[in-house]
Design a protein around this ligand. Sequence first.
Ligand SMILES: [Fe+2]
Length: 199
Amino acid sequence: MRDYSSFGQLLAHLARLYEGEGRAGGDQAAAALNAAVSNLPKNLPEPYNYLPGMAERALERDPHPDAPIVAAALPLIRWFHVSDSLGSIGAEMGGRMMVCELLGPNGMIFNDRVRVGLFVQCPHLDYVTRSHSAEETYIILGGEAFWSSGGAEPELKTAGDIVFHPSGIPHYSVTREQPTIAAWRWSGDISYEAYACTG
Ligand SMILES: [Fe+2]
């Protein structure tokens, strides 16, 4: 049987990060993460990684000080192709991103009210403009990317930065030489049906 202690430590770490966000949605995500830590399932889905080394590479580049906690849990994570869940993202683009849902309706641990996961974007990828009903907060864990919301000029975001998207706001992320890795959370209307690529 696998040792999932590092997975629990990752969830507790993300709870601390989202407690620091200062929004009700962040508090909700933190509470769900802490509840999962205190009742960690014995059998989690099998790990799966279709871009070996990419998350590690992103994490090594200007990492958050607690990056070793994330790194230790990476071998236990079940990543999925974004295009499998979000049909409006094609296979080519989806194959250059890694997403995992740690908590959520499709998560490694079930939760019907929030989604919390990790996101990796490969270098040289323009992740097109998208919007969704869910309120969203990314917390950058390593690497670098340029982020834009509401039509504003894209800004460089690195480890420790918080990127907040209110419900329905169009946003995009662009990587250059480096990949990026971030935590993400959704609250409110968290259905994938309410997600659309718009340009
Ligand atoms: Fe988003």
